[in-house]
Each structure stands twice: as structure tokens, then as C-alpha cells.
Ligand binder design. Structure first.
Ligand code: ADQ
Length: 483
């Protein structure tokens, strides 16, 4: 695409693919995770550029792989290269040892190493440099997530005049917790260099505004509703909440396919006794997997009459395994699964099936479709797309969703899901019992409402409402390209 035609430029930490060494050559896999699920279809349909780190810190020439990934994805990708030290300080350090745990209210996991901050700023400036090579003044630059909070100010310093938006996929913490960040004022001031700042929920925006009022001088907040304004000196910044979603039609159509129906049938055939309770998460301490396992154990203790009639399938996708705390979590989960299975397994019935790998889309949907109950209990989560994917894939319209009240999806789903406090082991255990015993009429009525709401507010609604709120106008302002 030429620089003078109007483009959507996405910047995120990672480019949307995974490169793996396969003997002497490279294997290219589509990326996983919420952001990729959310944005890939939009760029494919609308055209645009995605800027990010290819995920490798060596010196290998991977330009051919990036072109191949662009061709396969149907949109352009431009790399931001990081060396091993950048990865250590900016990515593993400030992003994943400071911002990730702190923004999920888990300050005890933080490592506030002073050397991380300068590297974070340098890499944010490097992103701004690559953005500057691609952006024309009429383009819209949409920057994603906590790795790039400071890219807004680096874009301005580089003299790029295109309008900019930022979207935070993870929660924004309450004042008392954010206040612990050594670079709190710098982060807030950098964020104010974006034209539009988007959060997942009103809760996150409320927290952000409270922090602005505390740490930024002369800030005025004006308006109410989904998008409001902050006035800081000469500048006006829009601040909104935009709960992210999924491509509902794609999920529900694939879930209805023969391939997924067969996969679901085989899963139930392998677990013939009673109902399947499903947990699906990236390996992460924010997802609350050990508490969930304890709740399931409590349920098994209290309901011996339901032994053999219920099985928990816990799918965990490998993630950030080179960070020690993630490896420790994996060991902890495996220890707990082994202990619970050792205690309750009887001939012909294993209470927990544990899967530790990435699944293909049809396989994942097979599990969604086969499961009578979804048990999603993050300690805190920006949104939790799995909750929405489960509903879209529930072709039988009889599944029950048990959801953490601390997931960003909770306000949208609170009437029809069973909401729980993930730290309350007995409450989660009772919720499993409630879901197990809920009659079909109630299950159907709840699931139909959930499906209607996810279908109405899908990923296209999300993109559209974000772009409408931005200075760039609506999605229809961007040219559609045929791919
Ligand atoms: P994540 O923390 O990655 O995303 P989530 O929203 O649940 O969390 O998305 C996970 C994605 O991974 C889903 O799209 C799911 O389909 C996929 N996935 C899960 N298990 C898989 C498996 N075994 N194999 C293959 N794919 C699998 C971050 C925030 C979230 C926020 C999203 C989007 O932490 O809170 O919802 O971004 O904004």
C-alpha cells in the first residue's frame, strides 16, 4: 500500500506469527492469544500494516519468513528487531516482571529493577521509528497493550502527525497499586500523548482517571458516557472503554462444522461418564488455575455421588516458559493434578484430564462444544476471550458458563453466567454443583442470551466503536482491499 492512501497501522509487541527452527529451515505458525484472534481478520478484510517484534533475538535473516507470513496473512508486516539484552530488560523485565503483574494487582510478583526503564523507553522509541517509516499524515496508528505505553510520546517526539490511538488489553490497576510503580508519572504523561486511550471496562477507566487526578497536574476530566475527555494543557485526549470480543460468526460456523462435531463426539466418547467441565487458559499465574483445581477438589470431596459423572478437562497453552515463575506454575499445576487424580481416580474414571499444548482451532472448538460447563476463574483478566468463544461454540445451546467476577467479561455476562470470586474455593465448588444441577430450560435461556449478546457486540463492533471514537472516523473510512 502507498504511504499516501489512508491506512490502518497496528503496532503491538509481537507480530502475529510464531517462527520455529525446524532442522535447517523455519516453520511458520499463526500466532495465538487474544490480540491476534481479535485483529487478524480486521486487517485481512480492510488492508493495513502490522508492526511488531518477530519474536527472535538472534542475527538470522528472517526477512523471507516475514514476507511469507505477510502473504499468508493477507496484510503487510514490518519488523522491529530486538537483541537479547532488549528482550531481557524491555520484554521480560519491565513488561512482564513489572507491568503485567502490577496491572493484575499481583505486586508480590514484581521486580522493580531500575535498569529496565531506560530499555523500555528505547524500545518504545524504536517502535515509533518503524511506525514513522510507514505512516502518512492521514493514517491512523493504533498501538496495543502494556509493552507500548510510552510509544505515544515517542511518536510525537519523532514528529509524526498522524492520529494515534492506544488500547490496553489488560486491566488498569487501582490507585493504591499503580502508585507503587517507580515510573508512575512518566507512564501517565506518555499515555496522554495518544489521541484516544481505550480500556476494556469502565472499572479500568475509572482506575486510570483516579491515577491521572492524583499524579498529573492541571488535568480536567469532561463528559460522561463511553467516551469522555481529559484536558491537559493544550491537549485534549479521549478516553473510552471498549470491551473486546471475537468473530462470533466464524466461531459459531466452525463449531457447527462436521469436523468440530466429530471432534466433540470423540472427546465425549473418551470421557463417557457424565458432564465435562472445561478450563482453557494460557499458562499464567493471573488465570487462577491452582485455586480452580482446589475448588474442583472441594467439589469432589463434597459430592461423592457425582464421582464418575463429572470430569474436569483443563487445557493450558504454553506461554512465557523462559520466565522462572511460569515454569514454577507449570510444576505446581502438574503436582496438584497428580495429587487430586491420585486421590479420586477409580477404574474407568480419571477426574482431571490435563492437556498442556497449543490446540488447533477445530480441536479447541471440539472441547468448547463437548463441554457442558466452562469454568473460567482468572484472578484478574482484561477481558477473557475464552468465555466468549465458549458461548459462540455452544451449538447445543445448553452449556453453563461459570466466570470470575474479576474478568473484564463479567459486566457484560453477569446476568446469565454464574459469577464467582475465584479466591473463594467453596463458592466456586458450589457453582460447579449449581451448573451440574441446572435444568435444561434455564441453561438454554441463559445460553441464548449470552450468544445474542456476544453476537451483537462482536469483534467488528469493537473495532468500529474504537475507530468511531478516534479522530479517524469510522471503519468505513478505510479503503477495503480485496485479499
Ligand atoms: P490472553 O491473556 O491471551 O489475552 P484470552 O482473552 O483468554 O487471554 O485469550 C486467549 C486466546 O488464546 C483465546 O483466543 C483462545 O482461543 C486462545 N487459546 C486458548 N487456549 C488455546 C489452546 N490450547 N490452543 C490454541 N489457542 C488457545 C489478553 C488479555 C485478556 C484479553 C485479551 C484480548 O490477558 O484479558 O481478553 O488479551 O484483549
Amino acid at each position: 500500500m502507498e504511504n499516501d492512501s489512508r491506512k490502518l497501522i497496528i503496532a503491538s509487541n509481537r507480530l502475529p506469527f510464531i517462527l520455529e527452527r525446524d532442522g535447517g529451515s523455519w516453520k511458520l505458525l499463526p500466532g495465538s492469544g487474544g490480540l491476534v484472534t481479535a485483529l487478524a481478520p480486521v486487517l485481512r478484510d480492510r488492508g493495513g500494516i502490522w508492526i511488531g517484534w518477530p519474536g527472535l533475538s538472534g542475527t538470522a535473516d528472517i526477512s523471507g519468513q516475514i514476507s511469507r507470513a505477510s502473504d499468508e496473512a493477507g496484510f503487510d508486516m514490518k519488523p522491529v528487531y530486538l537483541d537479547a539484552e532488549d528482550v531481557r530488560r524491555y520484554y521480560k523485565g519491565l513488561s512482564n516482571e513489572v507491568l503485567w503483574p502490577l496491572f493484575h494487582d499481583l505486586q508480590s510478583y514484581c521486580n522493580f529493577d531500575p535498569s529496565y526503564w531506560q530499555s523500555y523507553l528505547d524500545i518504545n522509541a524504536r517502535f515509533a521509528g518503524v511506525i514513522g517509516e510507514q505512516a502518512g499524515s492521514g493514517d491512523f496508528i493504533w498501538v496495543h497493550d502494556y509493552h507500548l505505553l510510552a510509544t505515544g510520546s515517542e511518536i510525537r517526539k519523532a514528529g509524526i502527525s498522524a492520529s494515534t490511538g492506544f488500547f490496553l488489553h489488560i486491566p488498569f490497576p487501582p490507585l493504591d497499586i499503580f502508585a507503587k510503580l517507580p515510573w508512575r508519572s512518566e507512564i501517565l504523561r506518555s499515555m496522554l500523548d495518544y489521541d484516544l486511550i481505550g480500556f476494556q471496562t469502565p472499572r479500568d477507566r475509572r482506575n486510570f482517571i483516579q491515577c491521572l487526578r492524583t499524579f498529573v497536574d492541571d488535568i480536567a476530566i469532561v463528559g460522561k458516557g463511553q467516551v469522555i475527555e481529559a484536558r491537559a494543557g493544550e491537549k485534549t485526549i479521549r478516553i473510552g472503554y471498549f470491551p473486546i470480543s471475537i468473530d462470533y460468526t466464524e466461531f459459531s460456523q466452525l463449531a457447527g462444522s462436521r469436523e468440530v462435531a466429530d471432534a466433540a463426539w470423540f472427546i465425549h466418547e473418551d470421557i463417557p461418564k457424565g458432564k465435562i467441565v472445561l478450563g482453557v487458559d494460557r499458562l499464567d499465574y493471573t488465570k487462577g488455575i491452582p485455586y480452580r483445581l482446589r475448588a474442583f477438589e472441594d467439589f469432589l470431596e463434597k459430592h461423592p455421588e457425582l464421582h464418575r459423572k463429572i470430569t474436569l478437562v483443563q487445557v493450558v497453552v504454553p506461554s512465557r516458559r523462559d520466565i522462572p515463575v511460569y515454569e514454577e506454575l507449570k510444576i505446581e499445576i502438574e503436582r496438584m493434578v497428580g495429587e487430586i487424580n491420585g486421590r479420586f481416580t477409580r477404574s474407568g474414571w480419571v477426574p482431571i484430564h490435563y492437556i498442556f499444548r497449543s490446540l488447533s482451532r477445530p480441536e479447541l472448538l471440539g472441547y468448547y462444544r463437548a463441554a457442558e460447563i466452562a469454568l473460567l476463574t482468572p484472578l484478574k483478566d482484561g477481558m477473557n476471550l475464552v468465555a466468549k468463544e465458549y458461548c459462540a461454540s455452544n451449538i447445543e445451546r445448553s452449556g453453563v458458563l461459570i466466570l470470575s467476577e474479576f474478568a473484564g467479561a463479567a459486566p457484560q455476562m453477569k446476568k446469565e453466567a454464574i459469577l464467582v470470586n475465584p479466591y473463594n474455593i467453596e463458592q466456586v465448588s458450589d457453582a460447579i454443583f449449581q451448573a451440574w444441577t441446572m435444568d435444561l430450560r434455564e441453561r438454554r435461556s441463559r445460553m441464548e442470551k449470552l450468544q445474542a449478546s456476544v453476537a451483537r457486540n462482536d469483534i467488528y463492533w469493537w473495532v468500529n466503536s474504537y475507530l468511531k471514537a478516534s479522530l479517524a472516523g469510522a471503519l468505513d473510512d478505510f479503503p477495503t482491499v480485496s485479499t
